[in-house]
Design a binder for this molecule. Structure first.
Ligand SMILES: [Zn+2]
Length: 479
């Protein structure tokens, strides 16, 4: 079996993956900051780390995987205070939504879901260790990390440190690139905001120290893999390294894996551009969870993913074909016997699938292996050249495929119902489109142009382009 290669942000290279203990992987993923519903850009990262953990398990590794819920953060503290709620009261809705979303996207639960609010003591202890080693200083009730004392600062993100001023400080959890500065480990309380009374004084932890403390508590001082979105590499992960390695004197994480950005229609997703989507926005438009998962999963994680409604429709139709193929294998009647040719094609597909994933989790290659086998087998079936003895190995391949991709089970309708959506429409049928066009024409006749425009817009969102012709009829096509 081919050795697994992973791209390590730390070295900037592909490296063979060798965990510290043979057969065991200790992995940490920075989870969501639960001050809002997570968006599809976040889920790109979470689907990626899910595919990675599923592949490692398929390869027989025993996983200890930790994902945190960041429920202590500038925005949470401020929003909770503004809403007059305590932290748990404010975040609970978003935590539950996140768990539901993960389930809906078939993202496996990690071995440990943990929350920052349950680990304040561990964070305080880590800060004390850093204090003892004089990596810190205090100012106005806050405690800062002195980055000038950590010579390897910048080794992950390769940030340019020339011109940084010793003692220039930053309090925000999220600060801009190109501004490496001493960052807050512990923040003095602000009037009206939540704080903890601790051995290092009243206040609350900074975001970066949360992940260092929680990761090391569950996974030991050196992790095998640390994952996250690329936007976390600096400053968040850089600061995690600085804190953990200064405290322990050991490497913090051996492999750093970062998922690239997600774009929508080629542009950065933002609320002001109107191209910002949560999962629920997509489900409300009638898209299936499995299609969303596959659209996010099918682009290798180190490539930018350009998310479009067309890519969702393509994913939905790809799943449809795979599910039909699985049904055909299960229900079809095939001539007796077994063909050497088909057996070899199935072995080839298995190898290609495994090698694709071993090649830095090249999900596109693994997916193509499944589609290629399906194509060849369907052709053989049509010619009665696919035999009964080929069924079991082909089904075995699909089962292996689905251990990582997790899209074959036909359970979209149940999942959506569980979230309160009553219908599933991956795309509109011709009849549905004609019906909406007739409604629009009727609305125009009634001079209800607002209604007519709404219908045109809805169709456009579902990928249907209308063209009004001179003779008054309407032509339409799929985008
Ligand atoms: Zn983190």
């Amino acid at each position: 079996m081919r050795e697994i290669q992973l791209h390590n942000t730390l070295s900037g290279k592909l490296e063979p993956f060798v965990p510290q203990k043979p057969g065991e992987v200790r992995m940490y993923t920075c989870g969501p900051t639960v001050y809002d519903y997570a968006h599809i850009g976040n889920y790109r990262t979470f689907v990626f780390q899910d595919m990675l953990r599923r592949f490692l398990k398929l390869r027989g590794f025993q996983l200890t995987h930790v994902m945190n819920l960041t429920d202590v953060d500038d925005r949470i503290i401020a929003n909770a205070a503004a809403a007059g709620k305590d932290i748990r009261g404010y975040t609970e809705k978003f935590v539950q939504a996140f768990f539901e979303d993960c389930k809906t996207l078939s993202i496996e639960a990690p071995e440990h879901w943990i929350r920052a609010t349950d680990h304040i003591d561990d964070m305080v202890k880590l800060i004390q260790r850093l204090q003892e080693k004089t990596f810190t200083y205090s100012s106005e009730g806050s405690i800062y990390y002195r980055i000038a004392k950590f010579p390897n600062y910048g080794k992950l993100s390769k940030i340019d440190l020339t011109g940084i001023q010793a003692g220039a400080r930053v309090d925000n959890d999220r600060y801009e690139k190109e501004s490496a500065r001493d960052f807050a480990l512990w923040k003095a309380p602000k009037p009206g905001e939540h704080f903890w009374q601790t051995a290092i004084g009243p206040g609350r932890p900074g975001w970066h120290v949360e992940c260092s403390a929680m990761a090391m508590k569950y996974l030991g001082e050196t992790l095998d893999i640390h994952t996250g979105g690329i936007d976390l590499a600096f400053p968040h992960h850089e600061n995690e390294i600085a804190q953990s390695e200064a405290a322990t004197g050991k490497p913090f994480a051996r492999y750093w894996l970062h998922a690239e950005h997600l774009l929508v229609d080629g542009e950065k997703m933002s609320k002001s551009l109107g191209n910002f989507f949560t999962l629920r926005d997509l489900f409300a438009k009638g898209y299936k969870p499995s299609a969303v998962r596959l659209a996010l999963a099918s682009v290798p994680y180190r490539k930018q993913l350009n998310f479009t409604f067309n890519s969702l429709r393509q994913a939905a139709s790809g799943i449809e074909r795979l599910r039909n193929f699985a049904d055909r294998l299960q229900q079809g009647k095939f001539p007796a016997g077994k063909t050497e040719g088909m057996a070899a094609r199935i072995v080839q597909a298995e190898q290609e699938f495994d090698e694709g994933l071993a090649d830095d989790l090249n999900t596109a290659r693994a997916l193509a292996a499944a589609h290629e086998l399906m194509r060849v087998a369907n052709v053989a079936m049509d010619k009665d050249e696919f035999l009964q003895g080929d069924v079991a190995p082909a089904r075995q391949f699909l089962a292996t495929f689905d251990k990582v991709f997790a899209v074959l089970e036909d359970n979209d309708a149940q999942k959506l119902q569980a979230l309160g959506y009553d219908s599933v429409q991956a795309g509109l049928s011709d009849v549905e489109i004609e019906k909406l066009i007739a409604d629009r024409t009727a609305a125009k006749k009634m001079r209800d142009f607002a209604a007519a425009d709404r219908i045109r817009k809805e169709l456009a969102e579902r990928g249907i382009i209308l063209e009004d012709t001179k003779d008054g009829t309407v032509r339409w096509k799929r985008k």
